[in-house]
Design a binder for this molecule. Structure first.
Ligand code: ADP
Ligand code: MG
Ligand code: ZN
Length: 558
């Protein structure tokens, strides 16, 4: 397939910046008309692996799926994204069927979901042929396995449908055991070997690391110099920076070239070719670099700026070490990165719910960046894959120094609640620091019990605390309130004293400051007690507002 077209659709139809682990390869194979069996964890994003190719290919893609509710959900979601899709199920009204058949006859429908029971009806294959079916996708393909827990006899008819239509088939499941796989291959593909995609998300040969930006240019140069002669990619947030950093690396005696979408196509091609061919070349690039790159021996990926989501991060580091030999990934980040990424999301012109999701994806990445345990566990956890501490990441190498940050976290949560969740980080920090700014005084926030309770720490440290709270998803910016920080459901247990919060101590020591004091002054007793009452009153007030986002609604017990 043209990967570019795939990425455009990914962004424009689904609103995703990058593929999830494994998706790109599968999409490419399915779009290319291969028979495919893909085993991917639940939540891994299997639907996209047949939906996107359906839009890349001509004709109609038939999707067999076992649950009517699921089908209808997907059709609705696709319709909302402007994709013409339909579901043929027993739950349809005659009207729905009529308009669906019309869309099919006119060739407008790109995806047709079919309940397996439909296959039992005579004439189905002939009709699908008439409507120009060019591919079959089978969701929850383990339903064809007799000994599996979800056996659906009608799934046994799929093999005959494939033969009748003579089109490629792509089967998807999260159930990976070998016996089931064999049964799927025998029954769906008539014994012909499909291309099998079977892997968890882990890339154990890539060492993972994050570091705060200190002297960013120095850090990049030192890192690259220490790896001289080994091919690497430096990812930057802007085109300009790729040029500047490539120049700096050359001046440091390294062989480095810039790469970004603003270069002439010829220059881009040349850069790709050089990278492929030359040993130890460094490409300093924006995210535009990598799609067409298939170099197995990239030894390191350095993010000179924070990526925008876990998905982007995973995909970009995943370009290292495809040969399975040891490789490294390091990500540099600082408060400016976070500000920049947030601004990009807020000013990006996407609908509000998509902005919220993008903030969430950024928060998840921050959570990994400031993880207090193994980074791989945190990263794989994001993709719902369980893992043991890996021994091949910076936090496993050197366990991070953590401290119990429940108290400062509660101070910030308290400040947020007592100000109605209408303010951003700066104002909340002013309150806990006891700064009587005009804004604080004008709103009477200098009279809050929380005012000045956090004086033992300085502004930079409070910034770091709030950032870690964002990373741990205790607070989330609400775009409909100009990015005001609001509590998430995770904040409830912290406020109620049921859940402790740990944070990294090193993050508090940015820029060569001395050691931080161990504990901030305790919340004044009155505040500690008054907090839950305030929270309760606040929730009541919120509930009276028409629109209460589900994620901030607590139970009665709060
Ligand atoms: P599965 O069927 O494998 O369990 P789904 O197809 O239901 O997974 O997708 C799980 C979730 O992941 C969905 O919310 C989907 O929108 C999201 N998702 C899929 N692909 C991506 C991607 N490339 N980037 C971000 N989110 C994605
Ligand atoms: Mg699914
Ligand atoms: Zn680890």
């Amino acid at each position: 397939m043209s990967t570019d077209a795939g990425h455009v659709l990914l962004r424009e139809v689904w609103g995703f910046d990058s593929f999830r682990p494994g998706q790109e390869e599968i999409v490419r194979a399915v779009a290319g008309g291969r028979d495919v069996l893909a085993v991917m964890p639940t939540g891994g994003g299997k639907s996209l692996c047949y939906q996107l190719p359906a839009l890349l290919r001509d004709g109609l893609t038939v999707v067999i799926s076992p649950l009517i509710a699921l089908m209808r959900d997907q059709v609705r979601a696709l319709a909302a994204a402007g994709v013409e899709a339909g579901a043929y199920t027993s739950a349809n009204t005659e009207e729905e069927n009529d308009s669906l058949r019309e869309g099919l006859r006119e060739g407008r429908v790109r995806l047709l979901y079919l309940a397996p029971e439909r296959l039992a009806q005579p004439g189905t294959a002939a009709a699908l042929k008439r409507w120009g079916a060019t591919a079959i996708a089978v969701d929850e393909a383990h339903c064809v396995a007799q000994w599996g827990h979800d056996f659906r006899p009608d799934y046994l008819r799929i093999g005959a449908l494939r033969e009748a239509l003579g089109v490629p088939l792509a089967a998807f499941t999260a159930t990976a055991d070998e016996e089931t796989r064999e049964e799927i291959v025998a029954r769906l593909f008539g014994g012909r070997e499909p291309q099998v995609f079977l892997r968890g998300f882990d890339r154990p040969n890539i060492h993972l690391g994050f570091a705060l930006k200190d002297q960013p240019r120095r850090q990049v140069i030192d890192y690259a110099k220490a790896r001289k002669g080994r091919a690497g990619i430096v990812y930057c947030g802007t085109r300009n920076k790729t040029e500047v950093l490539a120049q700096a690396l050359r001046e440091a005696g390294l062989s480095a070239i810039p790469y970004h979408a603003g270069l002439e196509p010829d220059a881009r091609r040349l850069a790709e070719e050089r990278f492929q061919r030359e040993d130890g070349l460094i490409v300093v690039a924006t995210v535009a670099f990598g799609m067409g790159v298939d170099k197995p021996d990239i030894r390191w990926v350095l993010h000179a700026d924070l990526p925008k989501s876990v998905e982007s991060y995973y995909q970009e580091i995943g370009r290292a070490g495809r040969d399975g030999l040891p490789a490294e990934a390091l990500t540099l980040y600082g408060p400016e990165d976070i500000r920049l990424r947030r601004a990009q999301i807020d000013e990006g012109g996407a609908p509000e719910d998509r902005k919220l999701a993008d903030h969430g994806r950024l928060n998840a990445l921050l959570g990994i960046a400031e993880a207090t345990g193994c980074r791989r566990v945190a990263l794989l956890g994001y993709f719902d894959e369980a893992a043991e501490p890996c021994g091949a990441c910076d936090t496993c190498d050197r366990p991070v120094d953590v401290f119990d940050a429940t108290l400062p976290a509660r101070m910030v949560l308290s400040a947020a609640i007592r100000t109605g969740e209408w303010f951003g980080k700066g104002h909340l920090v002013d309150i806990v620091l006891g700064r009587a700014t005009d804004k604080v005084v004008a709103r009477g926030h200098d009279r809050l019990p929380t005012f000045g309770v956090g004086k033992d720490w300085d502004e930079r440290q409070w910034d770091a605390i709030v950032r870690q709270m964002l990373g741990q998803d205790l607070l989330r910016p609400d775009p409909s309130r100009h990015g005001a920080l609001r509590l998430t459901a995770l904040a409830g247990p912290v406020l109620k004293g049921e859940q402790a919060v740990t944070m990294r101590r090193d993050v508090l020591r940015a820029k060569g400051r001395g050691a931080t004091r161990d504990e901030p002054r305790a919340l004044v007793a009155e505040e500690d007690e008054g907090l839950l009452a305030a929270l309760k009153a606040h929730r009541r007030a919120l509930a009276q507002e028409a629109k209460v986002p589900a994620y901030v609604v607590f139970t009665d017990k709060t």
